[in-house]
Design a protein around this ligand. Sequence first.
Ligand SMILES: NC(=O)C1=CN([C@@H]2O[C@H](COP(=O)(O)OP(=O)(O)OC[C@H]3O[C@@H](n4cnc5c(N)ncnc54)[C@H](OP(=O)(O)O)[C@@H]3O)[C@@H](O)[C@H]2O)C=CC1
Ligand SMILES: O=C(O)C1=NCCCC1
Length: 346
Amino acid sequence: MSAPHDHASTAVSSHLSLEALSALLEKIFLRHGTSAEVARVLAQNCAGAERDGAHSHGVFRIPGYVSTLQSGWVNGQAVPVVEDVASGFVRVDANNGFAQPALAAARELLVQKARSAGIAVLAIRNSHHFAALWPDVEPFAYEGLVALSVVNSMTCVVPHGADRPLFGTNPIAFAAPRAGGEPIVFDLATSAIAHGDVQIAARQGERLPQGMGVDSLGQPTTDPKAILEGGALLPFGGHKGSALSMMVELLAAALTGGNFSFEFDWNNHPGAKTPWTGQLLIVIDPDKAAGQSFAERSQELVRQMHGVGLKRLPGDRRHHQRAKSLANGIELDARTLANLRELAGD
Ligand SMILES: NC(=O)C1=CN([C@@H]2O[C@H](COP(=O)(O)OP(=O)(O)OC[C@H]3O[C@@H](n4cnc5c(N)ncnc54)[C@H](OP(=O)(O)O)[C@@H]3O)[C@@H](O)[C@H]2O)C=CC1
Ligand SMILES: O=C(O)C1=NCCCC1
């Protein structure tokens, strides 16, 4: 299957509106066996990532979604089961479906609980997350809430001090409202680099910076192919990133009832790419906590950061790209668009 975003063929590009790209992706998901709701949620998620220039988790991922659905590894028709377990706790069994429809199904109850109790936790299990994590937290900040989420992925990261991979790339995303500006949002893999970016570098024939991964013999390498073919990634920041990755395994898997990154086996499903794990979200209503405007305090922090010379906040690059995409359309090179249309059966 050819891959969207073939950077070898960027000579001619098209610009699609967010709606047009979402509609095209929705058609691909539907054509490959998802329910209408799953197609809608995943298409919006993936098109939003592409709009914001989050290329490692935009349309680049579409062949992986398609081959996973074709392999029978994930249930594209899954209906998540939402369990209201306590005043501040919601659980969802995603039923071997994607995580984002599970979040969508529980979202209203989660927000209601966060607003009444001040804090609420959502534990999603039996789920597949193949996307960027910021789309799961940023919308809460637009509603004045603080949100934190973690998800574990598949074994490809060597814990600091170990000699073989065990952890996933295990991202952490955080979002907080800010007065007079976009919310403060960061979303980072706890590995030195996301697996998706290693794949993109390999495809483009680029080397990686030092310190990202090791080859099949455990030796440091800057060759992305050596990392992908029997090698592994390293945590960011040595023991510190490794501790955060361990925390993600505990919160996203042990606490939710999902699989650890090393606990599932997709060998009998050729083409399967989506980690079958768990996800945790914590949502806080700052109005219940600070006694003063949290959003004003966020803005004050940003003012002070800029005051000491900071030029770029996490999220600035995405929002800059979002504004550009919304003004001019989302840019896709000709081959990428042709590949997507073929997958859609157009
Ligand atoms: N579903 C899954 O299992 C997994 C998903 N992923 C996803 O991969 C994506 C990429 O992760 P990763 O490679 O770690 O992301 P990056 O290292 O590119 O960026 C991490 C964060 O730091 C910010 N940032 C980057 N550079 C700067 C800078 N110079 N100054 C200030 N802020 C900066 C980014 O903001 P900005 O966005 O504005 O650049 C972003 O919020 C994430 O969306 C993550 O969720 C990763 C692992 C597993
Ligand atoms: O880029 C990554 O790392 C991952 N993204 C999607 C899920 C698997 C890991």
